[in-house]
Write a protein that binds this ligand. Structure first.
Ligand SMILES: *Cc1c(COP(=O)(O)O)cnc(C)c1O
Length: 349
């Protein structure tokens, strides 16, 4: 059989940058251990490869959202610890109890289910003001936890990316109070932004996600957190756009004079969203090649007037600065990463 042709679009993933980001976050975590959230396919990068690189850097504690995600990385754990943030449903139990993976129990129902099955070590999430997943403070009574072997007691910060938000004072305080009533081996509160907010958020174990993958939400990360994800796309065609002619759907771009254009193999179905229409750019070295007109589902047209050497089949980098892309698209850095689609080949360097 002949080989399947390679993809005309790629995510170039920088393992050295990923490791450096984890090491920096581990250092910022002080005495606390530093874990990694690899849910949502490691924010789009690919869960298995990301796990392997982070393990090589020294990471021992991983977090996914669902048991399906746990099953994918389970064969690659090699003794590292894995927790499932979304707890256990009845439908998860048969699988869950056969694994060394811990559920993060979020409700009295989940706790009862895990106890009844004699499920083994578990984690507990308590809510300290976000009102998302986690036990309500009123449900925290000592006998609720009788018979449980709690490895990590955790809570989650709602506003760690906003310096000075009142919840950043309140949540660690409530967490400390509730933790006194629950016996757990380790306490864990901080996500990426929580680590940057200060060591008082770190407790025994931190759980960064976004910052590992190059996201910067707080000034403390600037100059330290490195980009990991570089989307690239292949040129499918080069053409001349004459003065006064338009480009793309809706004819939103009209050439002021004759210009050279290249059509590249990426579009909003790949997570290069329509917000990049007329705003985004590709890059050749330092030279910016602006997007002309609207982003299509599978194609983008870029201005290559300044790059006469580019031809069909050549590759260009996509300008994918997360903070900047987020600022002009109104989408979060999380959405930009997790939106990167299935058609990219994911190539680690
Ligand atoms: C996703 C998630 C994290 C990681 O958050 P980032 O903001 O990406 O660092 C940590 N803890 C919990 C409970 C999460 O759901």
């Amino acid at each position: 059989m002949t080989d399947i042709p390679s993809a005309p679009l790629a995510l170039q993933l920088d393992s050295a940058a990923l490791k450096a980001n984890w090491l920096w976050l581990a250092q910022r975590s002080g005495a606390a251990a530093c874990g990694a959230a690899i849910k949502a396919n490691a924010y789009g990068l690919g869960a298995i490869e990301t796990l392997k690189h982070l393990k090589a850097a020294g990471c021992r504690d991983f977090f996914v959202a669902t048991w399906e995600e746990a099953a994918e990385v389970l064969p690659h754990l090699d003794g590292a610890s894995l927790s499932v943030l979304h707890g256990v449903r009845e439908a998860d139990m048969a699988f869950a109890v056969t694994t060394p993976v811990r559920p993060v129990l979020n409700s009295p129902e989940q706790i009862a289910r895990w106890k009844a099955a004699n499920g083994g070590p578990c984690d507990i999430m308590i809510d300290t003001g976000m009102n998302r997943l986690g036990l309500d403070a009123n449900d925290v009574k000592a006998d609720l936890f009788d018979g449980l072997e709690i490895e990590t007691l955790m809570s989650h910060l709602a506003c760690a990316d906003e310096d000075g938000h009142q919840l950043n004072m309140v949540q660690p305080m409530i967490f400390r109070q509730l933790a006194r009533k629950i016996s757990a081996r380790r306490l864990s509160l901080a996500n990426s932004a929580g680590i940057l907010a200060g060591e008082e958020f770190a407790f025994d174990l931190t759980r960064p996600g976004l910052a590992l993958y190059g996201g910067i939400q707080r000034a403390e990360g600037t100059g330290h957190i490195q980009p990991v994800v570089q989307p690239r796309a292949q040129i499918l065609q080069r053409r001349v756009v004459r003065g006064g002619e338009s480009v793309g759907y809706g004819a939103t771009y009209v050439a002021d004079r004759q210009r050279e254009a290249a059509i590249i193999n990426i579009g909003y179905a790949d997570g290069y969203y329509r917000a990049f229409s007329g705003m985004g750019a590709a890059k050749l070295g330092d030279l910016l090649l602006p997007v002309m007109g609207r982003v299509s589902m599978d194609l983008v047209t870029i201005d290559v007037d300044g790059a006469p050497e580019l031809r069909e089949g050549d590759w260009v980098d996509i300008d994918f600065d997360l903070a900047m892309g987020s600022a002009f698209s109104g989408m979060s850095q999380y959405e930009l990463l997790t939106g990167l689609g299935r058609r990219f080949s994911r190539d680690w360097i």
